[in-house]
Design a protein around this ligand. Structure first.
Ligand code: NAP
Length: 216
C-alpha cells in the first residue's frame, strides 16, 4: 500500500478519487494551497467515511509525503503548480488527471497543448518523475457518491511500465472499475481530448457518461 497524495485535492475530482481510495483502505493526504481548505476537505471525506485514513496539508508537503501523487488542479494552474513542486516530485510516481478544456458557447472544447497533452507537459517539467496519465473519464460527482459503485474503464498510459502497472492496480481498488493499458504517455492527448467529448455528451443527454472499451 502506498501513501497517496493529491495536489489540488480540495476540488470535486480530487475529493472523489480520495474518497474512493480511502474507502478501499488507502492512506490519503489532501493537498491544497491553503491548510484551512485542506482540512475542510478532510472533514468532508470523514463525514462520509468516518474511518478514513486521511489528513490535509499544503500542496508541497503533500507532494513530498506522497509515494503516488495525483495532480488534480485545473489546467490553468498545471504548469506553475508542477514547476513549483519540481524538486519534491522529482523521482515520484505522478498521476496526471488534468484535462485542458475551455467552455465555449457551443460546448466544451479541448485546448491544444504545445507539448502534446497535459501529461506530456508534466513529464517535460518533471523529467525524472514517472508520469502516468489516467482517471480522466471518472466523473467527480459519481466518484463522491461513494455508496454507489462506479461504472466503466479507466485508460492509463505512461512511458514507465512499472509505474503504469502500479497505478492500474490502484485504479482497480475502486469498485467495478477496470484499468486498461493505454500505452505510452503520448497517447494521453487522446484520453484528455476524449473527456471534452464526454462532457459534450453529458450536456446533450443530461447524463454523466464514462467509457467502456469492448473487445478486451
Ligand atoms: N470534475 C470532473 O468531473 C473531472 C473529471 C476528470 C478530470 N478532471 C480534471 O481534474 C482536475 C481537477 O478537477 P476539479 O473539477 O476538481 O477542479 P477544480 O475544482 O477547478 O480545482 C481543484 C483544486 O485545484 C486548486 N486550484 C484551483 N485553481 C488553481 C490554480 N490556478 N493553481 C493551483 N491550484 C489551483 C483548488 O484547490 P485549493 O484552492 O484548495 O488549492 C481547487 O479546489 C482538472 O484538471 C479537471 O480537468 C475533472
Amino acid at each position: 500500500m502506498a501513501l497517496i497524495a493529491f495536489v489540488g485535492g480540495t476540488g470535486p475530482e480530487g475529493l472523489g478519487l480520495a474518497m474512493r481510495f480511502a474507502k478501499a483502505g488507502e492512506e490519503i493526504i489532501i493537498g491544497s494551497r491553503s491548510e484551512e481548505r485542506a482540512n475542510r476537505a478532510v472533514e468532508t471525506i470523514r463525514e462520509k467515511l468516518p474511518q478514513a485514513n486521511v489528513r490535509g496539508a499544503l500542496n508541497a508537503e503533500a507532494a513530498a509525503m506522497g509515494e503516488i501523487v495525483f495532480i488534480t488542479v485545473p489546467y490553468e494552474g498545471h504548469r506553475d503548480t508542477l514547476a513549483s513542486l519540481a524538486d519534491v516530485l522529482a523521482e515520484k510516481i505522478v498521476v496526471d488527471v488534468v484535462v485542458p478544456l475551455e467552455l465555449t458557447k457551443r460546448g466544451v472544447r479541448a485546448i491544444t497543448v504545445e507539448e502534446g497533452s497535459a501529461a506530456q507537459q508534466a513529464q517535460k517539467l518533471l523529467p525524472r518523475a514517472k508520469v502516468v496519465s489516467g482517471f480522466h473519464h471518472l466523473d467527480a460527482h459519481l466518484l463522491q457518491n461513494i455508496d454507489k459503485p462506479m461504472q466503466g474503464d479507466i485508460l492509463i498510459c505512461s512511458d514507465n511500465r512499472e509505474a503504469k502497472r502500479q497505478v492500474m492496480e490502484l485504479g482497480e481498488k475502486i469498485e467495478y472499475v477496470r484499468s486498461v493499458d493505454a500505452g505510452v504517455l503520448a497517447n494521453s492527448r487522446y484520453l484528455e481530448e476524449w473527456t471534452a467529448l464526454l462532457l459534450n455528451l453529458n450536456r446533450i443527454y443530461k447524463a454523466r457518461t464514462g467509457v467502456r472499451i469492448v473487445g478486451i
